[in-house]
Design a protein around this ligand. Structure first.
Ligand code: UTP
Length: 293
């Protein structure tokens, strides 16, 4: 029987240099998209996909993340006194939402290294990994789309997106062939992976986006992976190792992805998420129109 995915790892220890100075003292995962930090969108996606066991890999600014998912007695008491029932509910929901554990990555030695830090907390079972600066607006949560494919093959599954050639060198890229077109988008069998290739060397236009289902063998694969690009231990290189012994699949998921770790991507996500909000959308649309762009 294919083991169930119960845990999701959220690496949140990167330096976030593309978003400085905002990320000097605060992890980029805490940047608010309308009124919720990026990481909360990712965690809500995990919950909607049926995963409630969360492991967050933290670096600097760890207390902001921990406090966000903790109970805040003082704040709740004040909201209660002021009879702000809806806000109180929203605040309580966050701490009630998940069972969360934290592990520290002392130095930002790469995404592969961050995932490896979660090895003891995850144990010998498959898990999801979510990079919460990739915000995905989808009819079916992206992680759920990946889980559906995992439930069929029982192998690691990566989220894939077509990217224009000129932008491909910012991503991990796969060589892959389509194996089926199902409800969860097109499924690919991955034959090779390369981190941030030059456009002319890219094996395809299919980029790896920050959602993964990983089988526990990935930990051994990362452990034997030497530092790659930028001296960091890259998850893509670890997956390449894994590919020698296990098949890997990819899903060209349905949905719209925003790179919220990048200033322009973050602004685009802010505008689109605000426009979709029932309480803000109308007024915000009127405001944008009034700019007469
Ligand atoms: P990025 O590739 O976006 O790197 O990380 P970064 O350092 O966070 O940001 P920039 O590029 O300097 O602006 C992708 C994900 O991996 C995590 C990040 O927190 C983010 O969720 N990460 C990256 C770690 O947890 N540790 C690392 O050493 C590197």
């Amino acid at each position: 029987m294919i083991p169930k995915v119960r845990k999701a790892v959220f690496p949140a220890a990167g330096l976030g240099t593309r978003f400085l100075p905002a990320t000097k003292a605060m992890p980029k995962e805490m940047l608010p998209l309308v009124d919720k930090p990026l990481i909360q969108y990712g965690i809500e996606e995990a919950i909607q996909s049926g995963i409630h066991n969360i492991v967050i890999v933290t670096g600097r600014g760890k207390s902001a993340i921990e406090d966000h998912f903790d109970v805040s007695f003082e704040l709740e008491h004040l909201l209660e006194l002021r009879q702000k029932t809806e806000t109180l509910q929203a605040v309580r929901q966050i701490s009630d939402m998940i069972d969360v554990a934290y592990v520290r990555q002392k130095e930002a030695l790469g995404l592969g290294h961050a995932i490896l830090r979660a090895k003891d907390l995850v144990g010998p079972e498959p898990f999801a990994a979510v990079l919460s600066d990739d915000v995905i607006d989808a009819p079916v949560p992206c992680l759920r789309q990946l889980l559906d494919v995992y439930d069929f093959y029982g192998c690691s599954v990566l989220a894939l997106m077509e990217v224009p050639r000129e932008a491909i060198s910012a991503y991990g890229v796969v060589a892959a062939e389509p194996v089926s077109h199902g409800e969860s988008g097109t499924v690919f069998r991955v034959h090779d992976l390369v981190e941030k290739p030059k456009a002319e060397d890219a094996p395809s236009n299919l980029a790896i986006i920050g959602r993964y289902i990983l089988t526990p063998e990935v930990f051994d694969a990362i452990e034997t992976t030497p530092p790659g690009r930028g001296g960091e231990i890259q998850l893509t290189d670890g997956l390449r190792h894994l590919l020698r012994s296990r098949p890997i699949y990819g899903v060209k998921f349905e949905g719209k992805r925003f790179d919220a770790g990048d200033k322009l991507g973050f602004l685009q996500a802010t505008v689109e998420f605000a426009l979709k909000r029932q309480d803000l959308g109308g007024a915000f649309r009127d405001y944008l129109r009034s700019l007469g762009l």
